[in-house]
Design a protein. Structure first.
Length: 293
């Protein structure tokens, strides 16, 4: 990989990581309703990418489901989860989407997985479970939402493999539009007074929404797909592991994340598993780019 492209990949991962921490500050510290913030983000993405919306990818029902799973469902649940979990925990637990996608590919696409990739799946799931573990084998609500987010993103990623190639900005347009249509009504029903809470926060929510939509979604995701088109997926995809590592570093320094021995061991095991899976993948794991919010 050329140094300029590697530097771009580092920047992409730093943007994803900073967005993870920023999202925690928005919903956890400033107490902005998470679904409302998600809806604002999707509204900006949909508006900016509107020129790329048509023609609608076919089959139409599939792009709608992909937008629902990878947009409204996955993103909405992740932002809700950030009310309770730290950015560092979220960065590791959402890695479960990678082995889940591989397992769904067996069921839905008939793909075969050899022993090395199977080892990666096993290690990732063990590491994620260790990070999630609490005494008494309890799973917190936040962790449950994260796992549900990963599952929905995985379903969307597998369905993407069943479609013809979609331009990155067209994909963002449909994720934004469908996500907005799904999350906005949910916010109205479950988050009374959300607009007032956001207005009380003031300019920070405007700045964060613009950063999440324009820098993270439109720029970083599009740049990632351009690099995937320029290089083999098994070269680019492992580099995305910089994102959880950067998220942990930023989480410790900015939001005061506590990294205990359980978190360190679980993270090491999970990221090792993801690395094995990524190195054995022939195509780009779309779910990785989406799950780095």
């Amino acid at each position: 990989m050329r140094p300029r492209d590697f530097a771009l990949m580092v920047l992409i991962c730093l943007i994803w990581a900073s967005n993870n921490v920023m999202s925690k500050l928005i919903v956890g510290t400033l107490h902005v309703p998470p679904l409302f913030f998600t809806a604002v983000r999707f509204a900006i993405v949909a508006l900016v990418t509107l020129p790329w919306l048509l023609p609608m990818p076919r089959p139409r029902w599939r792009i709608l489901l992909i937008g629902l799973f990878m947009g409204g469902g996955s993103f909405g649940l992740m932002f809700v989860a950030l009310k309770w979990v730290s950015p560092s925990e979220a960065a590791i637990v959402v890695q479960a989407s990678v082995p889940i996608t591989a397992l769904l590919s067996i069921v839905m696409l008939g793909e075969r997985i050899r022993w090395r990739r199977g080892l990666g799946i096993t290690l990732t799931l063990i590491g994620v479970v260790l990070v999630m573990y609490q005494p008494g084998f309890r799973v917190s609500a936040g962790m449950g939402y994260l796992v549900a987010s990963a599952v929905l993103a995985s379903f969307g990623a597998v369905m993407m493999k069943q479609m013809d190639a979609i331009a990155p900005l067209q994909f963002q347009a449909w994720v934004g539009l469908v996500g907005l249509c799904a999350v906005a009504p949910a916010s109205l029903l479950t988050e009374p007074g959300a607009l007032g809470s956001a207005v009380a926060v003031g300019w920070p929510i405007v700045a964060c929404a613009l950063y999440a939509a324009l820098v993270t979604s439109v720029f970083a995701h599009t740049a990632y797909y351009l690099l995937i088109g320029r290089y083999e997926a098994n070269l680019v995809a492992p580099l995305t592991l910089m994102t959880p590592l950067m998220t942990i570093a930023l989480g410790v320094s900015i939001t005061g994340d506590v990294i205990d021995s359980k978190m360190m061991i679980g993270s090491a095991i999970a990221l090792t598993g993801v690395l094995i899976i990524a190195r054995r993948s022939r195509s780009a794991p779309l779910v990785q780019a989406q799950e780095h919010t």
